[in-house]
Ligand binder design. Sequence first.
Ligand SMILES: O=C(O)CCC(=O)C(=O)O
Ligand SMILES: [Fe+2]
Length: 134
Amino acid sequence: MSFATTLRSYFSLAFRWQRGRQGTGYDKMLLLTARWPLPFDSYLIRYPEGSEIPPHTDPVQAGRHYRLNVVLKSPRSGGEFVCATPIFATRRIKLFRPDACEHSVTRVVGGSRYVFSLGWVLPGRSDAGERPPP
Ligand SMILES: O=C(O)CCC(=O)C(=O)O
Ligand SMILES: [Fe+2]
């Protein structure tokens, strides 16, 4: 892909609200993304009242996927990030391996939830758990 084509496809996606993948009522807005110096993406994620994310993983084709999520706004209740083995977690900040650790967001009740999400992929053996043991 030429650089011009890459830029064009980036600007056709970035800074617009898109439906979240799971189709459960959340929206995401691509901010910055690049393949170099390491593949990364960043999103603003919006969870309106009643939205949620069921348990899932976010596999990558090669390498290890990391995400740092910062909760910018929490609803009055619900909207809790659930992940059994985060690398680091406070109420506001969640660092985790979305490819290796199943995670979810409980139903948002009483207002909306906003998250800034930065993800990157490090080279190395992927251990997404889909591979049978040796
Ligand atoms: O909004 C969140 O807390 C988690 C969203 C999610 O599934 C992810 O960042 O991979
Ligand atoms: Fe996820």
